[in-house]
Each structure stands twice: as structure tokens, then as C-alpha cells.
Design a binder for this molecule. Structure first.
Ligand SMILES: [Zn+2]
Length: 317
């Protein structure tokens, strides 16, 4: 079904979501922060609006899923779109949902790999399973316990951890970082681990996690695959969620993650606080159309509502 009717210039349509996302889980909350940039294999910025985060309600818990690697397929569908299309995902258990994600993504990645593209790809799923914090890595080159491989396997492997309540530590935690390699991983550890061990609140930890993702964007002067516009979520053990967007310079149009649970699916969520909300529904797209205009100084796409360019800080065009 997939990849049968490729346009002749398919290769330019593959976008990389080589991104940086950081997840921190404690006994009481799960935090995930991820950037929103999509780049071509040559590094050109395609959009600063890519949603890489989905919130999930499972039969036996709740959490989030995010990813790094392939950011878009031949049909310009992102892995977040793939996830939203999996039937009944919100009715499955966490383990069955991970298996469904793997079964759905493998043929899609294989079709992309057949065009000679490196399809190293990982999903991270995290949250609470029957009240216990868990993290799953679904990857064709990486595992929670083993070293990364240079080449992608034809299959995605699932590896995971569940936090034990019997752990002797006063503040047990799981930290998972995937995507771009931070230049100073030790610095990240020094920033996060003591705070976690001191029992920092979700609010304090979220700030540190978002700062860390932004630092990885800034380490390449914001020009590489990691954008400075970041989305974060805090989920607590009972399932309460708090979603925030972090845009340098601010924005009047915030876009949210997708939400899947039970029979419910919510995609392409946005909040317009400009004071002049307009009708955005586009019949061809089948969803709200949110524009991006190229920055006059550096050509980076600047999403509607943003006050500044995310690369050079020039005022929005
Ligand atoms: Zn610019």
C-alpha cells in the first residue's frame, strides 16, 4: 500500500526529524520536552511547526510518545500522523500499543530505506503503567541497555524500564535523551541529576529539561536540526497533563500535541491568543491552515503568531 505511487521527485520530500528530546520520569511525574524543527537531509529548515509529541491514554496507564529520525514520509505525513492513524491505539495496553507502533512503522521505514535513505529512527514512550513510571524505546539502532548502532536494522526493537517501587533510592528516576548528540552531556547530567535527587518539583524540573533542549539548539547557533521552539508536557501519576509551548520572543499562536485515548483522537490543536482569531479551516487540508513566512534576514520559516525568527531573532516578517 505504501510507497506504490511515488512522485518522481520523491527524494526531496523526505524530511528528517533529527531532533532532540529529553524525557525525565520520577515516581510522581513524567516530563518530556521536544523541539519542533524539521530539516531536509541536506540540513535546510523545512518548518518550525512540526509536532513530534502525542499524549496517550492506554487501557493500563497514560503517557506520551515522541520520536527522532525520519520526520516525514513521501506523502509529507509525520510519524505523529502515523501514530494518529493507528486504529484503536487508545484502547490498547501500553505493551500492545508499543507492538502496534512497531508493526505500523516498520513497513513505512522499509519503504523509505528502499530509496537509499538512512532510516535510523527511534520512538520513546513514557508515562505511568498502573501507577508505575515506565519508559520504552522502540528503535532500529538503539536500545535502553545497549550501545547505538551506526546502521538501521530492518526491524524496530522494543526495550524498556519500569521503575520499581522497592528501589532503595529516595528519589528514583529515569532519564532518556534521543536524537542529536549534545556537545556537553556531562553538563546536562550535572544540571538534572542533583535537582532530581533533591526532589525538585515538576515546575522546576520542567524548566531544566526545556533549557537543556534549547541548549542543544543553541550549540549549533540554532541553525542545525534542533529548533529553538520547544514543546513540553508534564504528566502526573493520576493522568493530569500540563502542556506548554516555549517560543523565543513569544507567540500569539500556540500549537499543542496530538491526543489519543479510548475512542478519542484530537490532532492539530492550536490556541490563538492574538485577540483577532480568524477562521483557519482549510477544506483541502482538512484542518486549520497555519502559515509560515520566510524570515527576511535568513530565510528560516517563521510560524504565524511568532514575534521573532527562531534562528536570527529578526522581527517576524
Ligand atoms: Zn531569521
Amino acid at each position: 500500500m505504501f510507497g506504490q505511487q511515488l512522485p518522481t521527485r520523491w527524494s526531496v520530500a523526505i524530511w528528517l526529524g533529527m531532533t532532540f528530546n529529553l524525557s525525565v520520569l520520577t515516581r510522581d511525574f513524567a516530563i518530556c520536552a521536544v523541539d519542533r524543527r524539521l530539516t531536509t537531509p541536506k540540513g535546510k529548515i523545512v518548518t518550525e511547526r512540526s509536532n513530534k509529541l502525542t499524549l496517550l491514554e492506554f487501557a493500563d496507564g497514560h503517557g506520551f510518545v515522541t520520536y527522532t529520525g525520519i520526520g516525514s514520509d513521501f506523502r509529507k505525513r509525520t510519524p505523529s500522523d502515523w501514530i494518529a492513524e493507528i486504529p484503536d491505539l487508545g484502547r490498547l495496553s501500553i505493551d500492545d500499543a508499543a507492538a502496534a507502533l512497531k508493526a505500523d512503522a516498520e513497513p513505512r521505514l522499509a519503504a523509505i530505506a528502499r530509496q537509499g535513505i538512512n532510516v535510523r529512527h527511534s520512538f520513546v514512550m513514557g508515562g505511568f503503567k498502573r501507577g508505575n513510571p515506565f519508559a520504552l524505546l522502540i528503535s532500529n539502532y538503539d536500545s535502553i541497555d545497549g550501545p547505538e548502532r551506526a546502521d538501521a536494522d530492518p526491524v524496530l526493537s522494543v526495550s524498556g524500564r519500569e521503575m520499581s517501587w522497592r528501589s532503595g533510592a529516595q528519589h528514583p528516576f529515569l532519564v532518556l535523551a534521543i536524537g542529536a548528540t549534545p556537545r556537553h552531556p556531562a553538563k546536562i547530567q550535572r544540571r538534572l541529576v542533583p535537582a532530581i535527587k533533591k526532589g525538585a518539583t515538576a515546575k522546576v524540573l520542567r524548566k531544566l529539561v526545556v533549557k537543556t533542549v534549547k541548549d542543544v539548539a543553541y550549540q549549533d547557533d540554532r541553525k542545525a536540526s534542533v529548533g529553538s521552539s520547544v514543546q513540553s508536557v508534564v504528566i502526573d501519576r493520576s493522568g493530569n497533563q500540563e502542556i506548554l509551548g516555549h517560543v523565543p520572543g513569544g507567540t500569539t499562536l500556540l500549537e499543542g500535541p496530538n491526543i489519543v485515548g479510548g475512542a478519542m483522537k484530537i490532532a492539530d490543536v492550536y490556541v490563538d491568543v492574538s485577540g483577532e482569531p480568524g477562521w483557519r479551516y482549510d477544506r483541502v487540508l482538512g484542518k486549520a491552515k497555519i502559515k509560515e513566512t520566510r524570515c527576511k534576514e535568513c530565510g528560516t520559516p517563521v510560524p504565524e503568531g511568532y514575534r521573532r525568527c527562531g534562528v536570527c531573532d529578526a522581527p517576524a516578517p
